[in-house]
Ligand binder design. Structure first.
Ligand SMILES: [Ca+2]
Ligand SMILES: [Ca+2]
Length: 356
């Protein structure tokens, strides 16, 4: 008994006592599993010290993290890869797979994650198919446009770029992915493909251009390429293959829309190059010529009202010298100053040509 009381790990004492009592009460026939799992000596192996650092015996359950629901384009299997702690266990899926990662179609997939000695935890993933179409759009923003042919990414480089889409907070309603967050690896891209800002992409009815079929947040790269928040090809959800008008909106530039229907399907999309002066756009004088023969969205809508007027100049004046991710920073360099007010003045009286 002296040895036990002198143990440096005095936290173990009560559990040893429980184990000893259980062993005496249950006898040899039932005791083995309880003894194997009941003490800290074993559950220490299973518990996750980074999550429950103060609990000396969190329990026998390993921790797994997996999305409850995975949405996949129709006809394309989803790859499901749970993460787990500790990592040296084994996945056993109810449908028979024993690999960590599974590639499956729509359905419900329960699994159990086992670690030694006899610790396990269970969870379920549901895979749902949705109809998607690919969207391939290129567009430049006048504000951050650099005559080199790329847009500047000062907001990202200064750590000011919003990690989540800003449009829901501005009152814009999306049909999918409201509140989307940018993939951290994509946000860390500091090359010529780095993210510049969030945009809104809409698909509209070619016979009724004011009717929005789909609206999702997307991200603009320095090259002008519009991609999903994960940096991959933009997929618009709950849309059947067909022809749609394509619109791109931005929080402080005037949005733009094609003047022709664009064919798109789950596996392909006709590219829309808004940065080319040969691409017809809806309305009159919808874009601005930029240096180097490119076209771009006109900047200066400092209050997201879809027109540029005295209200924008006042907004920028009222925020002068403020730094941050701000509507009034219409050249998107991270600060509101005279350069922004000058751009707003130059584009005064312009109105967005995308129909309401
Ligand atoms: Ca405005
Ligand atoms: Ca600025």
């Amino acid at each position: 008994m002296n040895q036990l009381y002198n143990s440096p790990s005095h936290l173990l004492r009560p559990l040893y006592a429980v184990v000893l009592t259980l062993a005496l009460v249950l006898g040899s026939g039932l005791s083995a599993p309880v003894l194997a799992q009941g003490g800290c000596a074993s559950c220490e192996i299973c518990k996750d010290p980074t999550r429950i650092p103060d609990d000396p015996c969190y329990g026998n359950d390993p921790v797994t993290e997996v999305p409850q629901q995975v949405i996949t384009p129709r006809g394309r299997p989803a790859v499901i890869t749970p993460s787990s702690y500790p990592t040296q266990g084994q996945y056993i899926w109810d449908h028979g797979a024993t690999t960590d990662s599974i590639t499956v179609g729509p359905g419900t997939y329960p699994f159990t994650y086992h670690t030694s000695p006899g610790c396990s935890t269970s969870d379920t993933v549901t895979v749902i198919e949705v109809d998607v179409v690919q969207v391939a759009v290129n567009v430049f923003l006048e504000g951050p446009y650099n005559p080199s042919g790329l847009m500047n990414d000062d907001l990202r480089a200064s750590g000011l770029l919003s990690p989540t889409e800003p449009y829901t907070a501005l009152g814009h309603a999306f049909t999918a992915h409201a509140g989307a967050a940018m993939d951290p690896a994509f946000m860390g891209d500091n090359t010529f493909t780095a993210p510049v800002d969030w945009v809104v992409v809409e698909l509209r009815d070619p016979f009724a251009p004011n009717i929005i079929i789909a609206s999702q947040p997307a991200v603009l790269r320095r090259t002008g390429e519009v991609v999903g928040p994960d940096g991959q090809m933009l997929l618009m959800e709950n849309v059947l293959a067909g022809q749609y008008l394509v619109a791109v909106l931005h929080r402080n530039h005037l949005g733009i829309m094609t003047n022709f229907p664009v064919m798109m399907s789950p596996n392909s999309a006709d590219p829309v190059n808004f940065n080319s002066f040969t691409t017809p756009t809806f309305g009159i004088n919808a874009q601005k010529p930029l240096p180097g023969g490119q076209m771009g969205l006109a900047t200066g809508d400092a209050n997201f009202s879809h027109s540029i007027d005295a209200g924008d100049r006042s907004a920028a004046w009222n925020k002068r010298n403020d730094q941050g991710y701000l509507l009034q920073d219409v050249n998107m360099d991270g600060v509101v100053n005279a350069a922004d007010r000058s751009l707003i003045w130059n584009n005064r009286n312009r109105t967005q040509q995308v129909p309401n």
